[in-house]
Design a protein around this ligand. Structure first.
Ligand code: CA
Ligand code: CA
Length: 176
């Protein structure tokens, strides 16, 4: 059997089953990558109009987020008053975008604090740092997990409190 496949309108062609298989795989890859692109239309840099999370929060579709609509998202709710620049009781698209930018910075700061706390616990001799979970929200650090002795609970708390950026420590580590 002989196969002929034309490429680029006939400038070049390839023959034979082996080449045909290669061409088929290339087409398959192109097809799959096109499918992947089609499944990710949410790139905010190329998509015109309001961001998808704004549209999802704007339940009554009036183009702004009311205080009631903001209740659905804790991070928006917390930033509502400070980002409602014109004090009309609504977050416009641009006010919302600034609030979310602020939240992204908050997430970055908190994850840096979490990383520093984990590093400090790891560096402290005798603390089973891998058994301790660390979570941070606006500089408030929560420790949880299990250790073998009460003094390890308090030591982990002290080490955490000494890390820069930590505002408060909520120590939920238990002894087991
Ligand atoms: Ca609305
Ligand atoms: Ca406003």
């Amino acid at each position: 059997m002989k196969y002929v496949m034309w490429i680029n309108g006939g400038d070049a062609y390839i023959r034979g089953a082996e080449y045909n298989m290669r061409a088929f795989l290339t087409l398959l890859l192109l097809f799959l990558s096109a499918g992947t692109l089609a499944q990710n239309p949410g790139d905010p840099t190329t998509l015109p109009g309001p961001r998808a999370d704004f549209v999802a929060l704007d339940r009554n579709r009036d183009g702004s987020i009311s205080k009631v609509e903001a209740l659905a998202n804790q991070d928006v709710q917390k930033r509502f008053a400070s980002f409602d620049m014109n004090r009309d009781g609504l977050l416009s698209e641009s006010e919302y975008a600034l609030a979310m930018e602020d939240n992204e910075k908050r997430i970055l700061r908190d994850s840096l604090i979490t990383a520093r706390v984990k590093a400090a616990l790891l560096a402290a001799k005798g603390i089973p740092s891998l058994s301790i979970a660390v979570e941070t929200y606006e500089g408030r650090v929560q420790l949880s997990g299990f250790v073998s002795a009460p003094e390890l609970v308090s030591r982990a708390g002290r080490v955490t409190a000494g890390v820069s950026g930590v505002r408060t420590v909520h120590n939920d580590i238990a002894v087991r």
